[in-house]
Write a protein that binds this ligand. Structure first.
Ligand code: PLP
Length: 293
């Protein structure tokens, strides 16, 4: 969908939004892309149980719970949560779709980022681990398919960046001449680029020069927001007739508009903003604290 704005006309920019939020009412955005091949492989390999991890408003858990329910797979999630925190609307959905929730402390959650819960995996029937956000080389393959749907030449593709798997998948599969910019939604100056490099290596890709990260638009960290960001999201939704949320797509669009102001794009550039979905997370925004993500 084309995006119109006086600033784009002034600078002769051709801006489009790739509406991956419209892929499916529940498994939307990059979740559809990232889960497609890992779940196909799990079914082909006779896996019966998917075990994963996520926060209380995780888009990954939400999409995975739904997909596993549809595919007849058991799903188990290690959920980062403080004692006594109530179930979020997101977790209630996950449970309704059959996901088993196991609550872990922040410390245990950090540990899971380093190493999967081997004992638990061994105790479950035909279980397979999916890391946080579903960030794997197979996930990158699904993300890469976005390019097949973009048609004309794209100079810049802009996306929100959390674990980095979406940037890595786009960069690994980008046509020559297309650049990928990831708007970091968390404070990850050093480790994010390293993680993306690792994912690219794992996928056997040597693309190192066609992507970059913008670190100036995280608004204090993951799922943190200022009144200015919330107001920007509200205004942009109305101005562009585009549903957004403040955790991912709102920061992506904010970062992009700032870079346009700074004159970061050459005249005549064709730019695609990737709408990575995540709109379910909007439901609890405002009620929850940033720490409770
Ligand atoms: C809606 C949305 N957009 C963007 C991202 C960032 O994707 P990635 O973790 O692959 O960097 C996520 C998290 O996975 C997400 O839920």
């Amino acid at each position: 969908m084309p995006l119109e704005h006086p600033r784009f006309r002034e600078r002769e920019l051709n801006v489009f939004v790739k509406r991956d939020d419209c892929l499916h009412p529940i498994m939307s955005g990059n979740k559809w892309r990232k889960l497609k091949y890992p779940l196909q492989a799990a079914l082909a390999d006779g896996v019966r149980t998917i075990v994963t991890m996520g926060g209380r408003w995780s888009n990954h858990l939400h999409a995975l719970a739904y997909a596993c329910g549809q595919l007849g797979l058991r799903s188990v999630a290690m959920v980062r949560s403080d004692v006594g925190e109530p179930l979020t609307a997101c977790l209630r959905d996950c449970r309704a779709w059959g996901m088993e929730l196991r609550f872990v402390s922040r410390g245990e959650y950090r540990q899971l980022r380093e190493s999967p819960p081997d004992e638990l995996l061994a105790s479950l029937e035909q279980a397979r681990w999916l890391p946080e956000g579903g960030a794997t080389a197979l996930a990158m393959q699904g993300v890469g398919e976005i390019w097949d749907e973009l048609g004309d030449e794209v100079d810049h593709l802009i996306t929100a960046c959390g674990t980095g798997a979406t940037v890595a998948g786009l960069a690994a599969n980008a046509p020559v001449g297309s650049r990928v910019s990831g708007v970091a939604v968390l404070k990850g100056e050093a480790f994010l680029a390293e993680d993306i490099g690792d994912l690219l290596s794992e996928a056997g890709s040597n693309r190192r020069d066609n992507w970059r990260l913008w670190h100036d638009y995280h608004f204090g960290g993951y799922a943190k927001a200022t009144p200015a960001l919330l107001e920007f999201v509200r205004q942009s939704e109305a101005e562009f007739d585009l549903p957004l949320e403040p955790v991912y797509t709102g920061k992506m669009l904010y970062g992009f508009m700032e870079r346009v102001k700074q004159g970061a794009f050459a005249r005549g550039s064709r730019i695609v903003l990737l709408h990575t979905g995540g709109l379910q997370g909007q439901r609890g925004f405002g009620k929850r604290t940033a720490r409770a993500q």
